[in-house]
Design a protein around this ligand. Structure first.
Ligand code: B1M
Length: 213
């Protein structure tokens, strides 16, 4: 197998044996984020495909997720960090009913490496918790992540609850569930106020920079 194929296969197989040396090898050629977005994401997509076809069970997908998390944790130290004063404060959450957090945590890493203070509320976060956190933190924006199809609808509900609570901060939305629906429009007509779709963590950073500066 080539190095790239091996990296993808650690994710698919859910094994860490040999992972770190291969990540270090890849770092000689690629930037950390390119390794994540390239071979590691390719592995995750294959996991999704196999899971969808009932060729993997949840426990195996969890192991793949573990390997992805370990990879991101190892690569994080090699990512570029902007030494700047705090540009803004952003609350991040995976929406109510959804446990997927690898993408959200990647967004946290990218934003915090680039001058943002992140309040990460974790997974399955109900609107009330976001409202409370926003009032306490006075954040510049709220970021919602979700991977399940039902999470797209939960985001609409969450955004509506935030607006009803008088919170008009910009909302950044992302996650695989949204891709098809949001790529063209970027701003969905279902939402009230400024809601922006980010296709990946770097896109999220670009949008945050535009919003806050
Ligand atoms: Co789940 N899962 N899963 N899963 N899982 C998917 C999403 C699924 C597509 C797999 C499939 O069937 N093909 C499917 C959803 C189908 C649907 O809704 N139509 C699915 C399912 C069905 C489920 C369960 C229901 C399975 C079950 O229990 N029967 C269950 C759901 C539980 C729940 O949420 N209530 C479940 C559980 C799990 C695990 C716990 C085993 C594990 C998650 C572990 C974890 O996150 N800690 C898991 C995993 C790993 C996946 C797949 C295989 C991989 C997701 C992932 O981490 N990708 C996934 C299939 C797939 O996506 N190919 C799948 C890597 C990650 C870096 O990408 O999160 O997309 P992603 O983030 C990207 C962008 O989307 C974007 O930036 C990142 C890249 O830079 N982004 C943002 C994300 N959030 C953003 C926020 C932003 C900006 C950008 O601003 C705020």
């Amino acid at each position: 197998l080539t190095l790239e194929e091996r990296l993808a296969s650690y994710i698919v197989e859910g094994t860490k044996e040999g992972l770190i040396p291969d990540l270090d090898e890849a770092l000689k050629t690629y930037a950390p984020l390119a390794i994540i977005n390239g071979p590691l994401m390719a592995g995750m997509e294959e996991v999704g495909r196999l899971f969808n076809g009932n060729e993997l069970i949840v426990a195996e997908v969890l192991q793949s997720a573990e390997v992805m998390k370990a990879s991101v944790a190892h690569l994080e130290q090699f990512m570029e960090k902007e030494e700047s004063s705090v540009k803004g404060k952003i609350i991040l959450a995976t929406v109510k009913g959804d446990v997927h957090d690898i993408g959200k945590n990647l967004v946290e890493i990218i934003l915090s490496n680039n001058g943002y203070k992140i309040i990460n509320l974790g997974i399955k976060v109900p609107p009330e918790q976001l409202i409370e956190a926003y009032r306490k933190e006075k954040a510049d924006a709220i970021g919602l992540s979700g991977l399940l199809v039902k999470s797209a609808q939960q985001m609409v509900v969450t955004a509506q609850d935030l607006r009803s609570a008088g919170i008009d901060a910009p909302i950044l939305v992302g996650g695989a569930a949204l891709t098809r629906k949001f790529t063209k429009t970027r701003i969905s007509p279902e939402y009230d106020g400024l809601v922006l779709y980010a296709k990946d963590a770097m896109d999220g950073l670009d949008i945050a920079n535009k919003l806050v500066n």
